[in-house]
Design a protein around this ligand. Structure first.
Ligand SMILES: Cc1ncc(C[n+]2csc(CCOP(=O)(O)OP(=O)(O)O)c2C)c(N)n1
Length: 375
């Protein structure tokens, strides 16, 4: 089999694609998935969409804080996460709902996180995923550190790190890639180039024609992949992960995609991009082409699609009931989760906070509030 990293070297300007936007599969490099695996990918994309839309609704109803939707970016997330082994680690940023759930993170954790409850970041034992990282571009350094540790311990664990195009303008990103190249760490860097960093378009982010070509400067493979194609995303990620596991060092994947929704619920994308641009990308989004392919090959039909949707809706509703029953967070949480034993200076600050809250409580509510939360 030809090496895709040579064939699609970033300086060829080629983009690695297997399933095109019309749902036509190009056989070269096409992976051999079973029918059950293909239906499984379909289940994930629908589950992700239902969970994503529910989060937006909850935010609008005041039942969730700010939320960063994943709509449109499921192709690379499902492809890459499915190519990982259970022992591998995922370092997400904040938009990786689909990838995180595939790696075993319960939706409840993701919802709790966006509801401002620190319990969301308590990752279940055995789920190899780091908590959400909101600081842009800082966690590639952590991912490289984890991968280096894995290499020193000869563990054969691969560390996959997701971030956006905006992250590539941060100094930390370049330090991480440089270190990974020098120490040949078992990392796969996945940059979801969704064309915008909030309102900043890619043309203002970098003057490189591609992001993938930055890998050349750090001495390792880079590849540009159609991030809306689950198949190409899977094949490229699997090749990169296998290479990392067998000692071949890091790979950089630029997944070309588009954020169909807002940056977060605090953003209005109509202020910086046109409807025409969004409509153009909507034709290339991951579900439309995948569903076309599955229906044409009679792998799914209306009955299956309806069943998957209603199962997803039921599971998401159950998760909402579950997370809304979790005791609300308090201002004390800001202090409680940082150290296993709280240092003296934080204890003093916490005491000060509670003192000031109790004064405010008395002024505002008499004694009907506890920890700043109505009883
Ligand atoms: C270090 C840092 N600087 C600025 C911000 C504010 N901020 C939050 S998201 C964002 C844009 C990031 O864009 P990108 O990396 O392309 O990822 P995307 O949101 O498109 O997935 C910015 C500037 C931040 N969170 N962290």
């Amino acid at each position: 089999m030809p090496n895709i990293f040579d064939e699609y070297h970033p300086l060829t300007g080629k983009i690695f694609r297997i399933l095109d936007e019309n749902g036509v599969l190009h056989e070269e490099h096409a992976p051999k998935f079973s029918l059950e695996e293909l239906r499984g990918f379909y289940r994930w994309i629908i589950f992700s969409r239902v969970a994503d839309q529910k989060a937006l609704n909850l935010q609008r109803q005041g039942r969730m804080g700010t939320y960063a939707p994943v709509l449109g970016q499921e192709g690379i997330q499902i492809g890459a996460a499915s190519a990982m082994q259970p022992q591998d680690w995922l370092f997400p940023s904040y938009r990786e709902l689909a990838a995180s759930m595939i790696r075993g993170l319960p939706l409840a954790n993701i919802y709790l996180y966006w509801m401002g409850n620190e319990e969301g970041s308590r990752i279940p034992e055995g789920v190899n995923i780091f908590p959400i990282s909101v600081p842009v571009g800082t966690h590639p350094l952590h991912a490289v550190g984890a991968a280096w540790a894995s290499k020193l311990r000869r563990e054969k664990i691969v560390v996959v790190c997701f971030f956006g195009d905006g992250a590539t303008s941060e100094g930390d990103f370049h330090e991480a890639l440089n270190f990974a190249g020098v120490f040949k760490t078992p990392n796969v860097f996945i940059c979801q180039n969704n064309q915008y960093a909030i309102s900043v378009p890619f043309s203002r982010q970098s003057s490189s024609p591609t992001i993938a070509q930055k890998a050349i400067a750090y001495g390792f493979d880079g590849i540009r992949v159609d991030g809306n194609d689950i198949f190409a995303s899977y094949v490229a990620s699997k090749a990169a992960i296998d290479k990392a596991r067998s000692g071949g060092g890091p790979t950089f994947i630029e997944a070309v995609t588009f954020r169909l929704g807002a940056h977060t619920t605090a953003d209005d994308p109509r202020r910086y991009r046109t409807d025409a641009e969004v409509e153009e990308w909507r034709k290339r989004e991951p579900l439309v082409r995948f569903e076309k392919y599955l229906r044409e090959k009679r792998i799914i039909d209306d009955g299956f699609a309806a069943q998957v949707k209603s199962e997803a809706e039921r599971a998401v509703e159950e998760t909402v009931t579950q997370v809304e029953a979790v005791p609300s967070h308090t201002p004390n949480d800001v202090f409680a989760y940082m150290f296993s034993e709280m240092p003296q200076n934080l204890k003093e600050q916490l005491a000060l906070l509670n003192e000031s809250l109790s004064v405010k409580r008395e002024i505002l509510f008499g004694d009907t509030m506890r920890h700043g939360v109505p009883e």
